[in-house]
Design a protein around this ligand. Structure first.
Ligand SMILES: [Zn+2]
Ligand SMILES: [Zn+2]
Length: 168
């Protein structure tokens, strides 16, 4: 595990770490602590690397979505990918699907009906396709994810990771 300096952002491993020495004259002893080789700070933690862009983060700031950073996750959240994710989520758990919620609430601004059927899903997918290249459409998707307090970004990250594992 590499370390990440919270003060200057340097990433280093154990061998590269510097040493700071604290003198304790009262007991005639020195204490040694590992530190950042660049700035000498002892404030460091675990370093995490985004599997997609390769950028390093400190554990305090790295929000990992199945190994990738939020920026990369957003980059992969194209209208086409979102639709596939939404349709897959219907198959999986049959919940008032992501697609229904998104089209009704985010695109049309009206409440999502309680009961829907398969035919409706296809109609909604058509409506979605008709508008997916509209300007601001991606922002609508981001806002939808941001507005879900059930960890929808995480779910999307897992879905992407699953696709990666299957090599699609
Ligand atoms: Zn440093
Ligand atoms: Zn990244």
């Amino acid at each position: 595990m590499k370390h990440y300096c919270y003060d200057c952002g340097t990433v280093f491993d154990d061998e590269e770490a510097g040493t700071v020495t604290e003198h304790h004259p009262e007991v005639h002893a020195d204490e040694h602590f590992p530190c950042c080789p660049h700035c000498g700070s002892t404030e460091f933690g675990d370093a995490w690397q985004c599997e997609e862009c390769g950028e390093w983060f400190g554990d305090e700031e790295f929000e990992s979505f199945s190994g990738i950073c939020k920026d990369c996750l957003k980059g992969k959240c194209t209208p086409d990918a979102f639709l596939r994710y939404a349709l897959d989520s219907v198959k999986e758990d049959n919940r008032a699907s992501v697609l229904e919620e998104f089209v009704f609430e985010s695109m049309w601004g009206i409440a999502c009906p309680q009961d829907t059927c398969d035919e409706l899903i296809y109609l909604l997918a058509d409506a979605y396709h008709a508008h997916k290249y509209d300007s601001g459409f991606r922002k609508l998707i981001y806002a939808y994810f941001d507005g879900c307090n059930c960890g929808e970004w995480d779910d999307f990250g897992e879905w992407l990771a699953e696709k990666r594992r299957k090599g699609k």
